[in-house]
Design a protein around this ligand. Structure first.
Ligand code: SF4
Length: 445
């Protein structure tokens, strides 16, 4: 049974030393009870208390690391069912398959395309995380050869997928140093696969079509001394899988059911329709897969997935912001237009995209409105003439433009008079929507 805050408090040193970053031991205990703090953050707790705290000191969903180095993937350690309750911490890893029965040329071509799956969205680079090598041939030699080629030619983390113990051993022999995720483990091969994972220190994914069987398998590999476990619930379809993934998350968070307290993964590789594949993968990404594996490698298939991930794994209490400073679009000179907006990322990049499209070199000044959009900022008095004046002074705009004209968003046309008085500049009211900027700049500048 989960310990209460008071149960945990009794086992703490009660010195209120604040070394854990909390004001008191009681505050720390309450955070621990809500799984928002770990016992490791208290340097003075006794070993005896640590062992008594047992599962209360462990996160409800274990953090599992796959791979090594810059591109290692961390999944799990989530505390909530719904993002608005707190936030989601470890973004779902997106993996793309490579079958080992491809000839060398096709395999290298596919790998080159996979390595190139990188995009920039709202100022952030987003990319895939893993390559799943599938032992489609059934051959140990081909599986090992594919694992070797992929491991030598990508920095991405690896998943090795085979239900054959011998074939898995052959592939691990050439890439175990990359700490790939061993996948394809079921009730018939679990002992042999767990043995390989233990020898090579690799994480292991157990697969089953019922939650009971999945829990039994995870318990089994845990008894074999393995901790880094991923749960692959392979139900009877999208609806069943989503229900299974939700039940796993609920059991871990609400019931502290340790056998299901691991991150999950989903294979979305049996859709004939590539659009449906992306749609299904997005659903798994939202609820609650730690890894989604897809076949599609076209940018139009991957970009939507990564966009969904970027949206879900931002902190809902902290809007994504850009730095408040003077940005140059194109090659603006001292006569270039100066546009005002706010530092909410989506707002800024909408404006930037439209200005870029207009081919009118310009300056953009996003005012620091704590990441709120134009109307929200104005309504909350975070966008007013004083704030704008300070932002212009901080950005030294008068050093960059010699004219004294400021283009403001049409949504806050009402600010014009006060801005004119405060700045002594001419105020031009731009369009209400960023999409109108191109025509506005061409006809007004
Ligand atoms: S570090 Fe430990 S002893 Fe110090 S306040 Fe935090 S919980 Fe209490």
């Amino acid at each position: 049974m989960a310990l209460t805050g008071l149960d945990i408090f009794k086992l703490l040193p009660k010195t209120n030393c604040k070394k854990c970053g909390k004001p008191t031991c009681l505050a720390f205990a309450m955070q621990m009870a809500q799984k928002k703090a770990s016992i490791d953050e208290c340097p003075d707790v006794s070993e005896e208390s640590k062992s008594q705290l047992g599962s209360a000191s462990a996160p409800p969903i274990r953090l599992v690391t796959i791979g090594k180095g810059d591109k290692e993937v961390k999944i799990g350690e989530e505390n909530v069912l719904f993002r608005h309750e707190e936030k989601f911490y470890h973004p779902t890893a997106v993996a793309v398959t490579i079958d080992d029965d491809l000839d060398d040329g096709a395999l290298n071509d596919r790998l080159a395309k996979i390595n190139a799956l990188k995009f920039v969205r709202v100022g952030t680079e987003i990319e895939i995380d893993m390559v799943a090598i599938i032992n489609k041939s059934g051959s140990a030699d081909k599986f090992a050869a594919a694992a070797k080629t992929v491991s030598e030619n990508t920095a991405l983390s690896l998943i090795l997928s085979s239900s054959s113990i011998d074939n898995m051993a052959a592939a691990l022999a050439v890439c175990s140093d990359k700490k790939p995720l061993i996948h394809g483990v079921n009730s018939t091969n679990v002992d042999g696969m767990a043995g390989l994972a233990k020898v090579d220190g690799c994480p292991i994914a157990v697969s089953a079509s019922t939650l009971d069987e999945l829990a039994e398998l995870s318990e089994k590999v845990k008894k074999d001394g393995l901790e880094d476990i991923v749960l692959d619930y392979a139900g009877s379809g999208l609806k069943d899988n989503l229900q299974g993934l939700t039940s796993i998350r609920r059991a871990a968070l609400k019931k502290s059911f340790r056998p299901l307290g691991y991150p999950t993964m989903s294979f979305v590789t049996n859709c004939d329709d590539p659009y449906q594949e992306t749609a299904n993968a997005s659903a798994y990404l939202a609820k609650y897969s730690g890894i989604v594996v897809v076949n599609g490698i076209e940018p139009w298939q991957i970009m939507p997935l990564l966009t969904v991930r970027q949206n879900i794994y931002t902190d809902p209490q902290k809007p994504v912001q850009v730095e408040s400073k003077l940005y140059e679009v194109g090659q603006p000179d001292e006569n270039a237009p100066l546009l005002l907006t706010t530092n909410f990322s989506l707002t800024y990049y909408s404006v930037e995209g439209e200005v870029e499209g207009s081919r009118v070199s310009s300056y953009i000044l996003p005012v620091d409105t704590e990441g709120t959009s134009v109307l929200t900022a104005y309504s909350g008095d975070k966008l007013n003439e004083k704030v704008v004046k300070k932002a212009m002074e901080d950005a030294k705009v008068e050093d960059s433009v010699k004219h004294r004209k400021l283009i403001i968003p049409g949504l806050v046309a009402i600010m014009s008079a006060k801005l004119k008085d405060e700045l002594g500049w001419e105020i031009l009211v731009g369009p209400k929507e960023a999409s109108g900027l191109s025509a506005f700049l061409k006809s007004n500048w």
